[in-house]
Design a protein. Structure first.
Length: 297
């Protein structure tokens, strides 16, 4: 609607609308979260969590509103028409940039239950947003270097415990648990440093997926395997706000989760770990071929 404005004007308007929308909804979210904090009982959570999720859904809908108002984004989406807005989903996606979360929320909002992400511990201190993520019970994960884990293997238990506690909460109210399996955004430098066998992807990390499956595997309705691509180039967040004609391509596949992956011991059973690794890498190889096709369109 505001596509006639220059990109800078669209970007400023989009940023202001994003800020106002966030400030409007963070207050009610924090109020409910504080009630839940003071009264940490299952019955209270069962009443409060649907309301926090409903407010977050409206927040995301508001973001979609300013996106439609200010942007010229072309959305090429397939595979979402058969999704059900109930139950629990495990969502798996490749990670390209800061726009990914906005794209996923825009497309999947009100099609599946609210997306909840694993977030780096440092992001808790981001002004306003950190409080909103805390209010929504997004699990904050501490990132330990390989060297630190080697010196102190017990550090792995911290992430396991965080995932376990988060999944206990998510099990009460229908939720979509989001996992960027690569663990970080794709860049050519990271791709080269890893020696990734995939053309468009980093190597997938199996550990976080294994933790989620162990905690909630039998409760998940299915795995939503999401493939994201930006044929015109991965936009920065500012370029996205400015609506510079970005094309967003998304393909969603609904896949069954093998029951065997819900009960195995990832840390102690090498056969189980190898089987889960092979399954995930097969999905990743198919995703890599899909991205190659999408970028050629």
């Amino acid at each position: 609607m505001l596509g006639f404005l220059p990109p800078l004007a669209r970007g400023v308007i989009a940023f202001l609308l994003l800020l106002l929308n966030t400030l409007f909804w963070v207050g009610p979210l924090l109020a409910l979260a504080l009630v839940r904090l003071v009264l940490p009982f299952k019955g209270v959570r069962l009443r409060i969590d649907p309301w926090t999720n409903a407010f977050a859904t409206q927040w995301i809908a508001g973001n979609s509103g300013w996106m439609r108002l200010t942007q010229r984004t072309v959305w090429d989406v397939q595979g979402v028409d058969e999704l059900a807005y109930h139950g629990w989903y495990l969502v798996n996606c490749n990670h390209l940039g800061a726009v990914d979360i906005f794209a996923l929320q825009h497309v999947l909002n009100r099609r599946i239950p609210l997306l909840k992400f694993f977030i780096k511990q440092q992001l808790l201190y981001v002004p306003i947003m950190g409080l909103a993520w805390w209010a929504l019970d997004f699990p904050f994960m501490k990132r330990h270097s390989a060297a630190a884990l080697k010196r102190n293997p017990a550090l792995r238990e911290q992430d396991r415990e965080t995932t376990r506690r988060a999944c206990e909460k998510f099990a009460l109210v229908p939720t979509s648990l989001m996992n960027f399996t690569e663990g970080t955004r794709f860049t050519p430098a990271k791709h080269a440093a890893q020696g990734s066998p995939y053309r468009h992807l980093l190597k997938p990390r199996t550990g976080a997926l294994a933790l989620a499956l162990h905690a909630m595997g039998r409760q998940f309705h299915s795995l939503l395997d999401v493939t994201l691509a930006y044929p015109d180039g991965v936009p920065t967040f500012w370029q996205f706000l400015c609506g510079r004609g970005t094309r967003v391509v998304m393909r969603v596949r609904q896949l069954p989760i093998p029951v065997a992956f819900c009960d195995g011991d990832y840390e102690r059973d090498p056969e189980f770990r190898a089987a889960l690794h092979d399954w995930l890498h097969a999905l990743w190889a198919e995703k890599d071929r899909e991205i190659d096709r999408l970028l050629r369109v």
